[in-house]
Design a protein around this ligand. Structure first.
Ligand code: CAO
Length: 248
């Protein structure tokens, strides 16, 4: 029977006494894990997710990063991705938006704050970096390092986790070829970043070793159509492929 609230039930998982099969231990879930677990579960079952994948040729960015590294300036690919996302969000306002309470209107945000997923010993936390478009790559790198440290030490205030319009989850420093991130409601899209790989890319004459960055964009299909998702990704690809504009 379908409820008129649109809710649905699932069969319960029967309890299993694992100690019958071998020695076991118990570890309580941390408070953060319990809370984020509930939110992730709600978002996973209530938002119709679509995930669009892409790979970006980031040779130009890698050369620039290497050049800065030689001058002792460390810039993670993530800060370039943050700047590029904001540039693209400006042309795709539906991605920097939320559905209103009744699901009848989109609230378009004219501010550009990004949630950045941070892995902590107690679980996943998403601090917000504000006004990303107004900050330089070096400023963003400094802020990101400080915020990640503060988050891992558990010193983040509730207001430092509010008001994001769009979230980025980067597992690029760890590994993996792709993953499908869960949207951080009430946002309508999230970008997942995986590890850069050197791949043989055909340049028209030969295969050339090329740094390729894997990206995955999950979006709420109630708000964003597939074509719009693909266009967002194509624009992001262009901006990241050619970072000159971002540097000016
Ligand atoms: N490809 C290749 N290398 C990458 C990369 C990528 N896409 N992204 C980062 N790196 C490199 C960095 O340049 C750095 O290299 P060096 O040590 O040589 O300088 C190294 O990987 C470590 O990066 P980092 O992860 O510490 O830093 P970051 O700025 O890229 O990311 C932060 C910061 C806070 C986002 C990250 O530390 C983190 O916590 N990520 C996990 C997020 C997460 O858990 N998401 C899942 C959510 S769903 O469960």
């Amino acid at each position: 029977k379908l409820s008129n609230k649109g809710a649905f039930t699932t069969p319960e998982i029967p309890p299993v006494d694992f100690s019958k099969f071998g020695e076991v231990g118990q570890k309580p879930l941390t408070r953060i894990r319990r809370l984020t677990g509930q939110t992730l579960h709600r978002n996973w079952i209530t938002i119709p997710h679509v995930t669009q994948f892409d790979e970006v040729n980031i040779e130009q960015m890698e050369q620039f990063r290497q050049h800065q590294k030689e001058r002792n300036i460390k810039l993670s690919p993530l800060v370039f991705i943050m700047k590029a996302v904001v540039q693209v969000l400006k042309n795709h306002p539906n991605f920097n938006a939320s559905l209103d309470k009744n699901g009848e209107n989109l609230v378009i945000k004219k501010y550009f704050n990004l949630g950045i997923a941070v892995d902590t010993p107690n679980g996943l936390v998403v601090p917000v970096v504000r006004d990303v478009g107004k900050k330089s790559l070096i400023e963003l790198a400094k802020e990101l390092t400080g915020t990640a440290e503060k988050t891992r030490e558990g010193l983040l205030k509730p207001e430092e986790m509010r008001d994001a319009g769009f979230t980025i989850s980067s597992l690029g420093g760890i590994g993996g070829t792709q993953f499908t991130p869960i949207i951080n409601s009430p946002e309508v899209a999230i970008l997942g970043v995986s590890r850069t790989q050197i791949k043989p890319i055909w340049n028209g004459e030969s295969f050339e070793p090329t740094a390729m960055l894997p990206l995955a964009l999950s979006y709420d299909h109630r708000v964003i159509d597939g074509a719009e998702g693909a266009r967002f990704m194509a624009d992001l690809n262009q901006v990241l492929r050619n970072i000159t504009e971002m540097l000016l």
